[in-house]
Design a protein around this ligand. Structure first.
Ligand SMILES: [Zn+2]
Length: 164
């Protein structure tokens, strides 16, 4: 975990600036306080000693979201795989092979490769999120964005079959 550049007093000041926080010892409202120690009783704010409990929660939330995304990716891999096998079977054994049939087959293969790559990407981001590396919204949302783009592109590409 990266070292915080703020000292306990600066952290307390930032945290207390806009929050009603009772002192854990004497319940004095610490809002607007600029020191970690309570001016009434000298007790330090408990939150400064919990080693970023909120950070752990963010990590858990991010990991959970990425797990759900991974499940979605795997479902898409299975569906694309099934479509690929189905249309490959049709292409080989069906006498009436058409352009549309090959387009479906190509879409199945493209989807299979894209969602497989996305699954690997999601696993990697999820692993990094679970370990002690800095979590940023960009890092966590990039596989989601990639999933959306791939899904929208594949969905849009199915419209071009209308022209054949
Ligand atoms: Zn106090």
């Amino acid at each position: 975990m990266s070292e915080s550049p703020l000292n306990p007093d600066e952290l307390a000041a930032a945290y207390l600036k806009s929050r009603d926080v009772p002192c854990p010892n004497c319940a004095y409202n610490r809002r607007g306080g600029v020191t970690a120690a309570c001016p009434e009783c000298g007790h330090d704010l408990a939150i400064l000693h919990e080693d970023g409990g909120w950070k752990k929660q963010h990590r858990q939330l991010a990991t959970r979201i990425l797990t759900m995304l991974l499940v979605l990716c795997i479902v898409q891999v299975l569906m694309s795989g099934y479509a690929t096998i189905f249309w490959l079977n049709m292409a080989i054994f069906s006498a009436a092979s058409s352009m549309t049939l090959y387009l479906y087959l190509i879409q199945g293969v493209v989807g299979l490769i894209a969602y497989l790559a996305l699954s690997i990407f999601t696993v990697r981001v999820r692993r990094r999120t679970r370990s002690d590396q800095e979590i940023t919204a960009t890092k966590v949302s990039s596989p989601m964005l990639a999933y959306l783009i791939v899904t929208i592109l594949l969905w849009l590409s199915s419209f071009m079959y209308e022209f054949f």
